[in-house]
Ligand binder design. Structure first.
Ligand code: ZN
Ligand code: ZN
Length: 261
């Protein structure tokens, strides 16, 4: 299994997850045309996509989903709340695969476990994707860390984790007060400290890749996110990568676990 990003942040998100049987696109917060061109940079064409998975209906995650799916006949996996909010009447009905945020499903040889999360959307969920015992966790757009999230993301071999903002930069930054309250609130986004706290509660011995995702260009700096994740030796620097808004990150392979004799 390997994964890559075509862009990450409040202007658009899209994560590619690939097995030998096919490729998933998790969220498409770019126009269909833009997404296709960004995917081409990663060597992926529309015909490679076995499915689009949608975490929630905010435009930085759903903008191009219906158009790309309708155009290229790609099944879309989404919760009822996500569908009702932004896909109903737009996505061709035959392409919808309704998911329960509590039930695992299989697609393209990958086992996908949705994880319900606190965020200000209708029925948001994030995903842990598994193949042959290897676990890839994708987690962004979360305002609070819940016990169920901590339980669900244990023992990941790779994790893409939101480090949205630095609290001080947000409070001194350009956002209007209401937006500051929304972003830092319990249904908003994780700040660097919350992400580091979440990470510190996870079993991390198998972790090969930790990707900083959904970083705010106005209210955070990669150095501050890195500093938080490195504090208290939560994580070695060598496994940390940054997903950027402009180009995401290139393919990272999740290697099979080495057997201990
Ligand atoms: Zn978002
Ligand atoms: Zn969101």
């Amino acid at each position: 299994m390997r994964f890559a990003s075509i862009g990450s942040g409040s202007d658009g998100n899209g994560t590619l997850v690939q097995s030998l049987e096919g490729t998933l696109l998790v969220d498409c917060g770019f126009s269909a045309r833009e997404a296709l061109s960004r995917m081409a940079e990663m060597g992926v064409v529309a015909e490679d996509l076995a499915a689009i998975l949608v975490t929630h209906e905010h435009s930085d995650h759903i903008k191009g989903v219906a158009r790309l799916a309708n155009l290229c006949r790609i099944p879309v996996y989404a919760t009822w709340g996500t569908w009702a909010s932004k896909l109903n009447g737009v996505l061709d009905e035959g392409l919808l695969q309704l998911i329960s945020p509590h039930e695992e499903f299989a697609v393209a040889g990958l086992q996908v476990q949705p994880v319900p999360v606190p965020h200000d959307a209708r029925e948001p969920c994030q995903f842990v994707i598994e193949q042959d015992g290897k676990r890839l966790g994708l987690l962004s757009d979360v305002g609070s860390v819940t016990p169920h999230m901590v339980e669900s993301y244990q023992n990941c071999d790779a994790l893409m984790l939101e480090c949205n903002h630095d609290l001080a930069m947000l409070s001194e930054g350009p956002y209007p007060p209401a937006l500051k309250r929304r972003v830092s609130g319990p249904l908003g986004h994780l700040n660097n400290r919350q992400s580091a706290d979440m990470l510190s509660q996870l079993e991390r011995t198998a972790m090969q890749h930790l990707v900083i995702g959904h970083i705010s260009q106005k209210n955070n700096h990669p150095d501050l996110a890195m500093e938080a994740l490195l504090s208290d030796a939560i994580c070695p620097e060598s496994i940390i990568r940054l997903a950027t808004q402009n180009s995401g990150f290139d393919w990272l392979t999740v290697e099979p676990r080495t057997e201990t004799v």
